[in-house]
Design a protein around this ligand. Structure first.
Ligand code: KG4
Ligand code: ZN
Length: 351
């Protein structure tokens, strides 16, 4: 290992995944441990905050120890400890923040607070995952570019001006894209989380079977709105039931998915053209959607732009992305003090 290598132990606990990772130089993932609580929350149809916090407390020590073991390194060899401190569920965030502060203090390492969305964006800078699920990525994006962050809690179109410098161009006015996927999936009995299930079912459906309306938002032209689309899907289901008519779930899933994908691609491409970006990047849980990836890849090819998306394992919540983001904060000597606290509604670009 070269003398200048920067090793960061990163922790993520903002929602329903307890995760820890060792990341070298912000690009090489030496370990990526994710303990998912999905099975626990499934029966409630969504994440139950109290259960999430309790489970994070139970798991965090084991997950961190495993991440160091898999990387073959000791805590003493780390250059910094990074942790997601917002946005997210306050109780869930507090578990990661308290744990990270405790080990950073005890081992006399600098502490870095990371914004969860910045983490999702920085997943795109990762070029290698080592270990059993080894992944090599040939090329990664370089700012400036537009990044569409689409997850269960967020839908943000971000101008990434530089490493660790962001401007929000547009965001959802109501539901996040992933939330819409989850709610529609629940309405047709697919269970939680719905995104991957709608993605799979859509493959055998006709995306032109049902015409759902495109959301119109007054004001900022890059903003999104998904609650109207969700309501029209629910109205369609209700009216079929009232008329005693059946509908094909796969056609409904594919038609709904197309409506979401179309608007996401349209806004991101419009912004990219207006700003003259040469690269387009996507991130977050919904970025693992196969139809969204295909649509962006095609649109970027047509416009002569490069398209980047992380491998699916780095799209959904993980700590490797937090380590990748923390590397740039480390370079900028942007360290947190012992007052670091969980900030459930932290804005991107705020400290
Ligand atoms: O990034 P993430 O793990 O957590 C948040 O920060 O919110 O995103 C989870 C969201 C869920 O809403 C899930 O349904 C959605 O990402 N998702 C997908 C797919 N995989 C996960 N949505 C559409 N298609 C997928 N393949
Ligand atoms: Zn996330």
């Amino acid at each position: 290992m070269s003398q200048k290598d920067v090793l960061i132990l990163a922790i993520e606990s903002s929602c329903d995944e307890t995760a820890a990772s060792v990341v070298k130089n912000g690009t090489i993932v030496m370990s990526n441990i994710i303990s998912s609580q999905i099975d626990l929350h499934k029966e409630y149809g969504g994440v139950v905050p109290e259960i999430a916090s309790r489970k994070h407390i139970e798991k965090i020590n084991q997950v961190v120890l495993e991440s160091l073991e898999e990387a073959g390194l000791e805590l003493s060899q780390m250059d910094a400890i990074a942790v997601t401190y917002g946005p997210g569920l306050v109780g869930a965030l507090l578990v990661g923040v308290s744990y990270a502060k405790a080990i950073a203090y005890a081992s006399k390492k600098p502490l870095i607070g990371v914004h969860h969305i910045e983490g999702h964006i920085c997943a795109n800078y990762i070029s290698e995952i080592q270990g059993a699920q080894s992944v090599h990525i040939d090329s990664t994006p370089k700012p400036p570019f537009a990044c569409l962050v689409v997850s269960g809690g967020h839908t943000h179109l971000v101008h990434v001006k530089d490493y660790a410098s962001y401007e929000i161009l547009g965001k959802t006015r109501d539901d996040a894209a992933g939330e819409a996927f989850d709610k529609v999936a629940r309405a047709i009995g697919l269970g939680y989380p719905g995104g991957p299930k709608i993605d799979a079912l859509s493959k055998i459906g006709d995306e032109n079977a049902i015409k759902f309306p495109k959301a119109k938002v007054n004001g900022s032209k890059y903003d999104f709105s998904f609650s109207g689309l969700k309501s029209s899907v629910l109205n369609y289901i209700n009216s079929c039931e009232m008329k005693n008519e059946t509908f094909q779930k796969e056609d409904l899933a594919a038609s709904f998915q197309k409506a979401v994908v179309d608007v996401l691609v349209e806004h991101a491409m419009e912004a990219s053209k207006a700003y003259g970006f040469k690269e387009l990047v996507i991130a977050g849980g919904v970025a693992s959607n196969s139809s969204l990836r295909k649509a962006f890849s095609k649109a970027c090819e047509q416009e002569g732009m490069a398209f980047y998306c992380p491998p699916p394992i780095l799209c959904t919540d993980n700590a490797a992305m937090i380590g990748a983001a923390a590397f740039h904060e480390y370079q900028n000597h942007n360290f947190a003090d012992w007052n670091l606290n969980a900030v459930p509604s932290l804005k991107l670009g705020e400290r």
